[in-house]
Design a protein around this ligand. Structure first.
Ligand SMILES: *Cc1c(COP(=O)(O)O)cnc(C)c1O
Length: 388
């Protein structure tokens, strides 16, 4: 059996090696290392793939979130609501910009931001909501967009984990994750669903004016050479990474469906155990609440395959997996509202019931595009044997 890895980057590279190697050599040979044709090409292809008017590449996903917020003109003191159960980058940039992060609990079924909790947290100072499409599962964008409209709030989608996912609205229409709110931000970190071979990120929007503002912000606030109209940053996707991404973009749908196949195989094996909760993937009415991985909706692209162990034995299971050389991840072990950097007297533990429980119960299993049936069987059999 091939060695188990949380993410098998080498296995994926092997299939596209000649094409990737040639593309990298071509960029090196061209010397167009910054903003070269490879960047323009990837940008245009990603716009077409996502069916969005503007893709603005940048240096990483954290920058993408920060620049999106700068572009929207959010000001110190503005409150920005986001999920308590996510990677710290989301809240980090809110705090860095002097905005006030307002962390709220997540939904017990999807682990995405809880709609009722958002509604409760809205004050006259609230200016934006940042839903995170956690683990590759698109948040309830119907409800989030309704709330945003009712309260005149901006919506910034943190799409670092869900690129390529489709969201189907209640009315049956559908859009790519990250293109629904005012602006979307993504990461091309190597382990993400569309990963480069270093750091990379991008911002998406259908708003021409916002796209123009953001294009200046990523380039030192310049709209005309050496005229700095606003305070900007230096955040670029380099040409080598763009050339790699342009090749991998052609495979993204295949990569995501491989992840979904692996998730289906995991769920099939694990979903009937009483101490295991497998992922649910409903985001809209036509999806049944218990559909494990709905065949008609692509709202989950499984950046992570995360289960909950509800009998209190998650840490014992983790130890056991370690002994069996099965990699795993605990995403995330500490709620953001309990992190030293983001603690706030205003928070009330009773408001974070779900996150506080998830951090003790979640465990993510190996998930990537190169998982073989025998590997999944070995992993699921090991888990089931251990839990008894
Ligand atoms: C990875 C990730 C980011 C940050 O992306 P980087 O490219 O590592 O800066 C932000 N938000 C979420 C939810 C992520 O998973």
């Amino acid at each position: 059996m091939r060695k188990l890895q949380m993410v098998d980057l080498k296995g994926q590279y092997t299939h596209i090696k000649p094409e990737i190697d040639q593309a990298v050599i071509d960029v090196v040979d061209s010397t167009a290392y910054i903003n070269g044709p490879a960047v323009q090409s990837f940008q245009a292809n990603l716009e077409q793939y996502l069916d969005v008017k503007h893709v603005i590449p940048c240096a990483n996903g954290t920058d993408a979130l920060q620049i999106a917020m700068m572009g929207l003109g959010l000001k110190p003191g503005d409150e920005v609501i986001t999920a308590d159960f996510t990677f710290a980058a989301t809240v980090e940039v809110i705090a860095l910009l002097g905005l006030t992060p307002v962390l709220v609990d997540v939904d017990p079924e999807t682990y995405n931001i809880d709609i009722n909790a958002i509604e409760k947290a809205i004050t006259p100072k609230t200016k934006a909501i940042v839903p995170v499409h956690l683990f590759g599962h698109v948040a309830n964008m119907d409800a989030i967009m309704d709330l945003a409209k009712a309260h005149d709030l901006k919506v910034i989608e943190d799409n670092a984990q869900a690129i390529g996912a489709d969201y189907t609205f209640k009315n049956g229409s559908s859009k790519k994750a990250g293109t629904i709110g005012d602006v979307g931000a993504t990461s091309f970190f190597p382990s993400k669903n569309l990963g480069c071979y270093g750091d990379g990120g991008a911002i998406f929007t259908n708003n021409d004016k916002l796209a123009h503002t953001i294009r200046g912000i990523v380039n030192h606030g310049m709209y005309e050479r050496y005229h700095h109209d606003v305070v900007g940053v230096n955040s670029r996707l380099d040409s080598i990474q763009a050339a790699i991404l342009d090749i991998k973009l052609k495979h993204l749908d295949t990569y995501n469906s491989r992840r979904q196949d692996a998730a289906r195989a995991y769920s099939k094996a694990l979903q009937n155990h009483q101490a295991i909760v497998t992922p649910t993937t409903f985001t809209h009415k036509s999806c049944d609440i218990n559909c494990s991985i709905c065949d008609t909706c692509d709202c989950h692209v499984f950046h992570q395959y995360t289960i909950r162990i509800t009998n209190g034995k998650r840490d014992h299971l983790a130890e056991h997996l370690k002994e069996k050389n099965i990699p795993f991840g605990i995403y995330y072990p500490i709620p953001l509202h309990l992190q030293k950097a983001y603690a706030d007297k205003r928070y009330n533990e009773a408001d974070f019931k779900v996150t506080n429980q998830l951090v003790d119960e979640v465990i993510s299993l190996p998930m990537h595009t190169e998982l073989y049936t025998e590997q999944i069987e070995f992993i699921t059999n090991t888990i089931l044997e251990f839990l008894g």
